[in-house]
Design a protein around this ligand. Structure first.
Ligand code: JCF
Length: 690
């Protein structure tokens, strides 16, 4: 048999094994390269599918040859069997903490002390952001990640090797000429976008919500089941070198040693700067503070370190902190205050949101007197009562949140917060569907709060774009019962308006004119203006492009709707529900009867063999040459699908000025980013610009 096999050119078992092992090596270095490109350079060179296929191939080979599976294999990044407890690790050299400078005087005291002790006027400092995460120690033996530990009390930490292996940007093997033993110290953190997405999902699934990204990072690192850690979007950033074997020749400065780590494949801060005097150091602090809320991760200050290792040595330590470093903190983003009461706000779709009324408190430069409480589940989770002392937090541009309650300080008279039985605005019954976190007012457009929000939405810039019909005016019109249904906007008369606050002849005529102008619209705008749940600008455009005429949308079946790009089960259900409601049918007919119209030619066209067909794009930020809607229409003309949120399926993001979270997310996912110039070049290339 064997002979015959050989005649047919088959391989012996030994040959097969050798080929497989070689393939494993090849796959490991290939996947390590992909990881590096993706996580450290934001520049993937393969598709997700290709990546997954290679990873699976390697996993299968490792199952077949477990003895040959390497501890630094990239497959380790998906986690391992749970442990029963974390074991203790003693740090070879203590992991220090940093002394804080709470204001510029304290920072100058630090600098003056350095001047005195060194006898120099100008001290060169390495400057970096102070990440708000958890400090860890990584030990590489012969370039392979051997052990990872938490800082713990500085002397002893916990062994978190299995969890740290799953962090995507932690290299399991270093590249280049590395010392036999190398301990790297740094911070593990959760980027803000990932943190927000993680908590949002947790809120929806009634799972544990983390108060801040630091707790999220620390909690994820201490999981006993590393498969859970693997699903947490953590990142690592090195801030220093710990114990190193004698064969190492590290550079003479802190900043150069970090650069050396980077060359070996270890992520370091992108913000690292060397300041050669006090003025430069303070300028770094100021510039980082200005940038603080635009960074993709949370920082709570800046760290300054004497750059020269020789000088560090002479300066030494006091207690548990080095004399050669300081954390110059930013104003805190969390403050304590008292919950004075809770209001229940009614949104456009009737959603009831509890809003905390707080004793005003200064948080990172802004006075905060309200914070969202999301929903009743969140109130239960926090176990918050009126009168409680609470911790409020303001991070980035998000609405202030209550992150926790100081239960020890609860006063005897603290009052429970109950969901009202009826709407505070229209007294309609409030309903909470089982399994849904959100309670809703059932009043529909009977509820003046919902009506006001519906009219505001209808008149807004991206909807019917009625210039001059602002929030204040809408509130007056609804309260005076001049607007009960959307079409009433088109029946407003000059005399109705004159009776209102701040309305005179000129402004009344101007508004009537704008209302008249708004009648000429597009199908996409009209659909968006109706305020159907989950139907944003992009979905409305996709619907208009797909169906072209309104009648077809009104009659569409579930399957018809699901055929539209970007429309899934939930959106399709909302659409069906909306168009089945007799009241909505009437409103649409009345709006059309009042004279709202659009040109059928205006419908964006879908082209199959267009240059960008099959590509999914997202547009964010402010463009200078055109509006986002126009850009979207142009891209659709070229066949691209334009969606509202960035995901792994996004092919490219067009980012204008002041792009925020979508840009961050795209960078994290390695989605290609086009600046406005690139977009213009692209459009010019296909001659779609007018
Ligand atoms: O980013 C940090 N949280 C951070 C912590 C940065 C540093 O350079 C640190 C640190 C803790 C201790 N350096 C030391 C020595």
């Amino acid at each position: 048999m064997a002979e015959q096999n050989d005649l047919f050119g088959s391989m012996s078992d030994g040959d097969k094994r050798a080929t497989d092992l070689a393939r494993m090596q090849q796959l490991m270095s290939l996947i390590n390269r992909y990881n590096h490109e993706y996580y450290n350079h934001d520049a993937p060179t393969v598709t997700d599918a290709e990546y997954d296929a290679r990873l699976r191939e390697l996993q299968q080979l490792e199952q077949r040859y477990p003895e040959a599976a390497s501890p630094d294999s990239p497959t380790q990044k998906v986690g391992a069997e749970p442990q029963s407890a974390l074991t203790t690790v003693t740090h070879e050299r203590p992991m220090l903490s940093l002394d804080n400078a709470m204001n510029v005087d304290e920072f100058r005291d630090f600098y003056t002390r350095l001047q005195k002790l060194s006898g120099e006027t100008d001290i060169t400092l390495a400057c970096e952001p102070k990440l708000d995460g958890a400090a860890v120690s990584l030990l590489f033996v012969d370039g392979v990640l051997q052990r990872a530990a938490t800082r713990g009390d500085g002397q002893r930490g916990e062994d978190i090797t299995a969890n740290v292996r799953t962090i995507k940007n932690v290299p399991l093997r270093l590249s280049g000429d590395v010392p036999a033993r190398l301990e790297v110290r740094g911070e593990v953190f959760m980027p803000l976008a990932a943190f927000a997405a993680f908590n949002e999902r947790a809120l929806q699934n009634n799972e544990k919500v983390f108060a801040n990204p630091r707790n999220a990072a620390a909690g994820s690192l201490r999981q006993l089941d590393s498969r859970i850690s693997a699903k947490r979007p953590l990142q690592f950033c090195a801030y220093g070198v710990g114990v190193v074997s004698d064969d190492a020749q590290l550079p003479a400065t802190h900043s150069a040693s970090l650069q050396q780590l980077a060359e070996w494949g270890i992520p370091i801060s992108e913000e690292l700067v060397v300041a050669s005097n006090l003025v430069e150091a303070e300028a770094f602090y100021a510039s980082l503070m200005e940038k603080r809320h635009r960074l993709r991760y949370e920082i709570d200050g800046t760290v300054f370190k004497v750059d020269d290792f020789a000088l560090q040595e002479t300066l030494g330590f006091v207690a548990r902190a080095p004399r050669w470093a300081v954390a110059f903190k930013f104003p805190a983003v969390e403050q304590m205050t008292r919950l004075l009461g809770v209001d229940f706000q009614v949104g456009r779709t009737g959603a009831i949101t509890p809003v905390a009324r707080l004793e005003p408190v200064h948080v990172a430069g802004v006075t905060v007197s309200n914070a969202t409480l999301h929903n009743m589940d969140e109130i239960a989770r926090l176990d918050v009562r009126i009168g409680d002392t609470v911790i409020v937090r303001r991070a980035g541009d998000v609405i202030p949140q209550i992150v926790s309650v100081v239960h020890e300080q609860r006063p005897a008279h603290a009052e429970r917060i109950e969901l009202p039985l009826v709407c505070p605005v229209c007294a309609s019954h409030i309903e909470r569907i089982d399994g849904e976190a959100v309670a809703r007012c059932t009043g529909g457009l009977v509820c003046s709060a919902q009506r006001k929000e519906a009219v505001k939405h209808f008149a807004s810039r991206k909807a019917m774009d009625i210039d001059g019909l602002g929030d204040k005016l809408i509130e007056q019109l609804v309260e005076a019962d001049l607007i009960q249904s959307l079409d009433d906007i088109y029946h407003l008369r000059y005399d109705d308006l004159l009776g209102l606050e701040r309305m005179a002849d000129k402004s009344a005529n101007k508004l009537l004119n704008a209302i008249e102008q708004s009648k000429h619209t597009t199908l996409a705008r009209f659909l968006y203006a109706l305020g159907i749940r989950e139907v944003g600008v992009v979905t409305a455009q996709n619907l208009a492009a797909h169906f072209v005429v309104l009648e077809k949308i009104r009659e569409a079946s579930l399957d018809d709707l699901l055929a539209v790009s970007d429309v899934g089960q939930i959106v399709a259900q909302h659409l069906l529900h909306f168009f089945a409601e007799p009241h909505n049918k009437t409103v649409i007919d009345q709006l059309l009867a009042a004279g709202v119209y659009w040109d059928v030619d205006d419908a964006p066209t879908v082209v199959d063999d267009a240059p960008l067909s099959g590509q999914t794009a997202v547009i964010t930020g402010t463009l200078s040459q055109m509006s986002r809607d126009q850009a979207s229409a142009y891209l659709q003309q070229l066949g691209a699908k334009v969606t509202g949120s960035v995901s792994a399926k996004t092919d490219f993001l067009v980012a204008g000025e002041k792009a925020g979270s979508k840009l961050n997310k795209a960078q994290q996912l390695g989605v290609r980013v086009l600046a406005e110039e690139d977009l213009l070049t692209l459009l010019a290339q296909y001659q779609v610009l007018p």
